[in-house]
Design a protein around this ligand. Structure first.
Ligand code: ADE
Length: 235
């Protein structure tokens, strides 16, 4: 396999490629810029009923994915000399950032384990060097949608995937600010004009308007990003 190689370990391989089979990511997949393999975790269960989970040690609700089954699946997909980062999608993980996405996109590929149920036995996380990643402070029904989000964010950064590379540089998070507002035709929509400066043809003024709009939007919606942006400017 050439290009960026993604392996997804899941109980629901039929969820893939899903949205990754369409649009930019789908075209890049068809062109071989990246490849996607899915592995059914249940194939690594050894008992008659192919159990992948069991009750949590210490009691409590729900089920936990078994360390032994997951370890066999990880080892089959990703031998010790496979240098690709190994992620496990979980709301307990470090929040995904554009910086992490950029690093992943610069590497050879990624192995993503999709958690389900109450979680994954901690021992397989530590013993197989899995990096716990969250896509945000909300709980999904499983890691598959989260894995799709991670792969979508990576694939659009792979060389040759985005037509207009400049648009990747100015958009939200690449500059530490949210993106400025955008307008297009018609010039008047339900009585509301496009800000006249954007139609003035004065590029310096357009740039200044966009910068101020990005700053105001970031400061009001994301005070956390705004503080970090200001702190970075001072150093
Ligand atoms: N699985 C369930 N919720 C998740 C989240 N927010 N991020 C990553 N994986 C998850």
């Amino acid at each position: 396999m050439t290009g960026f190689v993604a392996d997804v370990l899941t109980l629901y391989p039929e969820m893939f490629p899903g949205s990754l089979g369409h649009s930019l990511a789908g075209r890049a997949l068809a062109e071989g810029v990246w490849s996607l393999r899915t592995t059914q975790i249940r194939d690594f269960a050894l008992d008659k009923h192919r159990h992948v989970d069991d009750t949590p040690a210490g009691g409590g609700p729900g089920m936990v994915m078994r360390a032994d089954v997951l370890a066999r699946a990880v080892d089959a997909v990703c031998p010790a000399d496979d240098l690709r980062p190994r992620l496990v999608m979980t709301p307990r993980g470090r929040p995904l950032s554009q910086a992490r996405v950029r690093d992943l996109a610069a590497g050879p590929g990624v192995v993503i384990l999709c958690g389900r149920f109450e979680g994954v036995d901690e021992r397989v996380i530590s013993r197989r060097g899995l990096e716990e990643v969250s896509i945000g402070d909300y709980v999904l029904s499983g890691g598959e949608v989260a894995a799709t989000v991670v792969l979508d964010a990576i694939v659009r950064l792979l060389p040759g995937v985005m037509g207009n590379d400049q648009s990747g540089l100015t958009e939200s998070f690449e500059t530490g600010l949210l993106e400025h507002a955008q307008y297009t035709k018609p010039p008047v929509f339900e009585g509301e004009d496009i800000p006249p400066v954007l139609l003035s043809g004065d590029h310096a003024k357009v740039d200044a308007w966009r910068k101020r709009n990005a700053e105001e939007t970031t400061a009001s919606r994301r005070p956390d990003l705004w503080l970090a942006h200001q702190a970075a400017k001072k150093t």
